[in-house]
Design a protein around this ligand. Structure first.
Ligand code: BGC
Length: 930
């Protein structure tokens, strides 16, 4: 369902008419504002955005509510805010904007906390009261705000291997009457900070992975409650991390530098307003301790006998510790961290212990997870316990690690023998379901082990459930696939010696990711690194951050469908979150990418240069009588050239760059023509007779109008003749979408429901709990695909999620009013489903759509958030049959322009919850068996 611009205006007018007809309750208003956010976060501290954007949600029982005005106040203290003494008052602005409203007050100051509140008015004449206070706090905005110096420990190291993790510390005195204390910290490598015997914060892998040549992030911690009058001690473990640990599949170290370093600045503010600063400088002390080696791929070795008990207490004796050296600040900028921190998000317990034929004792976590195992042991000093991590057991039931390639994923803990000891690694993570335990003094008891699930703390936003248990498992696998591969950057996989920000994987999965979790801040951060690592000619490295360029000095770049992430992800951020600023900020990068391709393609507009992956991992066969599905790489390249150009044109339009919009529109037409001349026969066949070729041509609008139907029919015929999909990374996300757009819903459901290889459900028949990299990671005969490329947690094929949510339950975005300001809701029953439901927490609030078919007909429940509108389309319905809330549809409050639209009933809806019921005219629907 596509809504034209005129349809849009029509829906707004209709809504205003609906609301005009509703009674006014100005005095008993239940209108409130909730979920106040600044730059996507609730009460963030350490913000370095000069004009932070504020968002809120309207909560109101009335249907068809739209915001008509708002007023924002921002003050420099909570008191001034409540006294109505703001430093910035927007005034009452007659405007529907409730997301991304930019602060436009006086220049924001370093470290200052700003309190804000908002009041809104709606189209029913209601006014909310002021919201409760929310705040954001600025970070250190200027280089001059930093008194801290970068320091590196004076320790002998062998830079060819992982060395014992340095520990560094500093003692300082604090007076009474502390008002607040903030700690700002960054590192070359990773840091874990401790203050007075306790860990600071709950974040892992800080300061995060960025394009370190250009920027390091610092984190801000409120440590007020951890500081005490008298002697205090601040300390840190340092880890190699991405900075100098093993990175990339070429087994190289020291990608960004060969020394770890810390930058930390503690600012204590007393009640009298005076400040004390404790910062990294030449006076810190350094040594090593229990962490003997720690590496992202290989795991951690920890000897508890070497612990330095009390090392961050002020009275600890460090006379035998070494010193530190102050080093020059890197050229790279320091920026406040923007993405969600990596946290321990969940704990799971092993489900059983297995004794394998080869004699290993193995824990089954029941779920392919990312993180590590916490152990609780009670054993004599010097007992060495080793945990190895694997995703699968082989067909004989043995522990299988060949697909990890060189990554050892092994933690080793040696006990100190002082009673019950617990251990969790510090600077590593593993992708695994099975854990081989060696060295446990007895049969390992299940309750001694806990799986700590770790990922970027993106809030879950989207759900999907249906009457088909296997589809629900697929949904589960997509969710776990996203979470396990959101470890500060969007990775390809979490287990083998790779775990890199592969751009193609991110490109295809982003729309699904944005539905399932609030991924806005996560991608915003990563896109900045993309723009920084982008080459001078506009080529986008194939991995971001571009670690491979450091290890090989020639990182590869510019692959079709991979580099296009530079355009596709900002565009999807705009669609999903209504984020126009990300388009503004990424525009130079988006444009540079398209210009790079233009230059590669030359005057014929056919892109066939540069190394590229094509439709990566598409269906292949070695049976001589059964074709595989290799799509010509240059067809894929030119299709993506057109697609990115088209999205760039739309972006230019949104940003009001009319000249660019015009010229990229013309370029798109030229590429389309070139595509047709080169890859389409006069009778409408594509030169690559593959599903991916047809899916790309149709989804990216590359065929003349007159040939589209025929092309869709050829695609359907191809799928029917194979009986299955044959697509790889690039074709897979488009296939079902093209089918449902062109009237082949049954074919789409057939592909989705198929259980034999190749299909989405086949891995589930083999016990998958995450999405596999390959359609046949485990083959039907139980053997494995090539271990050189066989991850069991690779989210690309999970991109089908977007189709499930936007077609099965039918929640989709109207590009003309992005961010779900106007929502398109059109369920598509089929595939023998009896019911399906999904929900999405949008920037405006919760939208949901569920449907059920039984012998009485079809029921559809829809919720539309306040300050949004929806076009709802009920399939296989007759206008006169449809009821809402048990009464005739025509009389339903909040609904307008209900009309018969071929076999469906369409209508405009305001916010609120609706219950529709009707007899379905689809004879097949009611016979569903799932
Ligand atoms: C990664 C992919 C990536 C690909 C590029 C692989 O090693 O795991 O997911 O996109 O290389 O071809």
């Amino acid at each position: 369902m596509r809504l034209s611009a005129s349809g849009r205006w029509y829906s707004v007018v209709v809504l205003l008419l609906i609301s005009a007809a509703l009674p006014l309750h100005a005095t008993d208003s239940l209108l409130t504002v909730a979920n106040l956010r600044c730059e996507y976060k609730v009460n963030p501290i350490g913000v370095d955005v000069s004009h932070p954007r504020l968002s809120w949600e309207l909560v109101v029982p009335d249907r068809a509510t739209l915001q008509t005005a708002y007023e924002i106040q921002v003050a420099d203290s909570e008191k001034n805010l409540s006294l109505g003494k703001p430093l910035w008052d927007s005034g009452k602005i007659s405007n529907a904007s409730s997301i991304h409203v930019s602060y436009e007050g006086p220049l924001l100051k370093s470290s200052q906390r700003y309190y804000w509140r908002v009041q809104v008015w709606d189209n029913h004449g209601h006014a909310s009261s002021w919201s409760g206070p929310s705040y954001w706090e600025m970070g250190l905005l200027e280089p001059a705000d930093w008194q801290a110096r970068w320091i590196t420990p004076n320790l002998q190291e062998d830079q060819q291997k992982s060395n014992p993790s340095p520990m560094i510390r500093r003692v300082f005195d604090v007076h009474k009457n502390i008002a607040s204390a903030r700690l700002y910290a960054s590192a070359m490598g990773l840091y874990e900070l401790h203050l007075n015997g306790a860990r600071i914060g709950d974040q892992y892998f800080t300061p995060g992975w960025t394009a370190y040549d250009f920027r390091y992030q610092y984190q801000t911690y409120d440590v007020t409650s951890q500081i005490k009058p008298g002697g205090n001690c601040l300390g840190a473990y340092l880890g190699d991390g991405w900075y100098r640990g093993n990175l990339g599949f070429r087994h190289e170290r020291n990608s960004y530098g060969n020394k770890v370093a810390l930058l930390a600045q503690l600012v204590i503010t007393y009640k009298n307003g005076k400040q004390q600063i404790v910062a990294t400088d030449g006076n810190w002390k350094a040594t090593t301790g229990p962490i003997l080696a720690s590496d992202i791929y290989n795991g951690e070795t920890y000897d508890a006998r070497l612990e330095r008990s009390g090392w961050t207490n002020a009275d600890y004796d460090d006379h035998d510790w070494k010193g530190v050296t102050v080093i020059n600040s890197p050229k790279a900028k320091l920026v406040a961290s923007f993405g969600p921190p990596v946290r321990a998000m969940q704990e799971i317990k092993p489900v059983k212990v297995i004794h394998t034929p080869e004699g290993d004792t193995v824990l089954d976590m029941g779920q392919n997870m990312v993180g590590w195992i916490r152990i609780r042991a009670n054993a004599p000093a010097g007992t060495a316990i080793t945990l190895r991590h694997a995703e699968v057991l082989d067909s004989k039931g043995n522990f299988y690690t060949a697909n990890l390639r060189s990554a050892k994923q092994t933690d080793q803990y040696t006990t100190n023998g002082r009673g019950v000891e617990t251990f969790e690694p510090h600077f590593t993570f593993h992708g695994f379901r099975y854990v081989a335990v060696h060295g446990w003094p007895s049969e390992p008891p299940l309750d001694a082990f806990t799986g700590i699930v770790v990922h970027s703390a993106v809030d879950p936003t989207g759900t999907f459930e249906s009457s088909n248990a296997m589809l629900n498992q697929l949904q589960h696998n997509i969710v776990w696939g996203q979470e396990g591969n959101f470890v500060d950057v969007p990775t390809d996989c979490p287990q083998r010696d790779e775990r890199l920000g592969w751009t193609g994987d991110a490109q295809v999965f982003a729309p699904t990711a944005m539905f399932l979790h609030d991924s806005a801040a996560f991608y915003t951060k990563w896109l900045k690194d993309l723009a920084l690592d982008q080459q001078a000619d506009g080529a986008v490295p194939n991995v971001i951050p571009n670690a491979l360029s450091h290890t090989t000095r020639e990182g590869e770049s510019g692959a079709a469908g991979w580099g296009d992430v530079a355009v596709v992800v900002p565009w999807n951020m705009y669609l999903s979150y209504g984020d126009r600023r990300v388009l503004e900020e990424q525009y130079p990068s988006m444009k540079a990418w398209v210009e790079f391709i233009r230059q590669q393609a030359g005057p014929r507009h056919l892109w066939n240069t540069n190394k590229t992956f094509g439709d990566w991992l598409a269906f292949a066969t070695d049976r001589s009588d059964y074709p595989g599905a290799t799509t010509d790489k240059d067809l894929v390249q030119t299709a993506y050239f057109a697609h990115s150009t088209d999205l760039l044109r739309r972006t230019a339009e949104v940003l009001g760059k009319q000249d660019d919009a015009k010229s990229y529109g013309e370029l798109f037409d030229q590429i389309r023509l070139a595509f047709q001349q080169e890859f389409v026969t006069p009778n409408g066949r594509l030169s690559s007779n593959t599903q991916t070729a047809y899916a790309l041509a149709l989804a990216f609008d590359l065929l003349p109008e007159s040939e589209r139907k025929e092309a869709a029919a050829r695609l359907a015929a191809n799928v029917r003749s194979f009986g299955h999909l044959t697509t790889g990374f690039l074709g897979t996300p488009l296939l079902c979408r093209v089918f449902s757009d062109y009237g082949y819903l049954d074919e789409a459901y057939m592909l989705l429901n198929r259980k034999e290889y190749p299909s989405w459900l086949y891995p589930i028949t083999k016990g998958a709990t995450t999405i596999w990299e390959r359609w046949d990671g485990i083959k039907p005969d139980g053997s494995f695909q090539n271990p050189g490329m066989n991850s069991f947690n690779h989210y690309a094929y999970g991109a089908i999620g977007e189709w499930m949510y936007s077609i099965i339950t039918g929640i989709s975005i109207d590009p003309a009013q992005p961010g779900y300001k106007h929502i398109l809701i059109e369920p598509h029953p089929g595939g023998e489903l009896q019911w399906a439901k999904s929900s999405l927490h949008t920037m405006y609030g919760n939208v949901s759509s569920s449907w059920e078919i039984n012998s009485n007909g079809m029921t559809a429940l829809v919720t539309v958030p306040a300050n949004t509108t929806a076009t709802i389309r009920l399939p296989h319905a007759k206008l006169e049959d449809v009821t809402e809330g048990g009464a005739a549809l025509q009389s339903a409050e909040g609904i307008a322009n209900a009309h018969q639209d071929a076999d469906s009933v369409s209508m405009e809806a305001g916010s609120g919850s609706y219950a529709f019921h009707f007899k379905t005219t689809d004879s097949r629907s009611a016979t569903g068996s799932n």
